[in-house]
Design a protein around this ligand. Structure first.
Ligand code: SF4
Length: 262
């Protein structure tokens, strides 16, 4: 498979694959890859680079944990059951997954532990649809799509290599139609038309997480360059929250707000 951007792909062997999570309601993080091709400009996971020998920038390398399924099997047997997030520091359905299928291999292992472990998948990619044959067999699983804006121009500025917003909305719709729980991670909240984004999500999700731009120091110049500084104001995030509350009022959809103060 040939990518349209420079990317170094190498096979590695992991010692362990389930990491304890500090995120509320998530017990473990499972990351089949180190690195992420999507290279979002705000990515918080780039700290992972220091655990590698890569000279390349974040977004220019992906390490494949070739033994991820084997390690997972061992660790699931000895760990206390809990909720596993796939993934917190990579995208489990980035393009390399098409060829290497490491996330799919993990799901095959996890099926043997359903429903004692619950699974939460988070991605920006419609490739998750390839695995609906497995997803449908779980009793304790949810699939989330990260959708940080409704505006394709904004998406291109901040997530130049990720899939279009419409393809992610369509993915949510198709997964929900199979009776699988879905959520949208609206984070970090980028400049958007909140009313429009909220309306796009109606009937496609069971809940929504709204996260603010927690890493404004990383993206401040990009905001400024495009005349978007207004969207870094605390008030902007509050307005997004209020709009989502109004659109989903009476619809039994919870809106969870996360994010520290900038
Ligand atoms: S998809 Fe997630 S892990 Fe990948 S670059 Fe974007 S924010 Fe980072």
């Amino acid at each position: 498979m040939k990518q349209k951007y420079p990317i170094k792909i190498q096979e590695i062997r992991a010692k362990t694959v389930l990491s304890k999570s500090r995120i509320p309601n998530i017990d473990y993080s499972l990351n089949p890859y180190v690195g992420c091709e999507f290279a979002c400009r705000y990515c918080y996971a780039d700290f992972m680079r220091k655990y590698t020998n890569h000279k390349e920038k974040w977004g220019e390398f992906v390490d494949l944990k070739m033994n991820v399924a084997k390690c997972l099997k061992t660790e699931l047997k000895r760990n206390k059951p809990g909720k596993i997030s796939i993934s917190l520091v990579t995208d489990p359905y980035q393009p390399v997954e098409k060829q290497y299928r490491l996330t799919r291999q993990c799901l095959e292992v996890l099926l043997d532990y359903d429903p004692s472990y619950s699974i939460s998948i988070l991605t920006r990619s419609p490739l998750v649809l390839r695995d609906t044959d497995l997803l449908e067999q779980f009793h304790n699983i949810e699939v989330g799509l990260s959708i940080a804006t409704d505006d394709e121009n904004i998406r291109t500025i901040f997530e130049p290599r990720a899939y279009s917003i419409s393809s992610r909305i369509e993915t949510l719709m198709r997964i929900k139609s199979l009776g699988i729980n879905t959520f949208a991670f609206v984070g970090p909240s980028l400049p958007m038309n909140p009313e429009n984004l909220a309306q796009l999500l109606v009937d496609k999700v069971d809940y929504i997480i709204l996260d603010k731009m927690n890493y404004s120091w990383k993206t401040k110049n990009l905001y400024r360059k495009h005349g978007l500084d207004y969207a870094l104001e605390e008030n902007y995030f509050n307005t997004i929250g209020k709009t989502f509350d109004a659109v989903f009022a009476g619809k039994s959809i919870s809106i969870i707000r996360t994010g520290k103060n900038n």
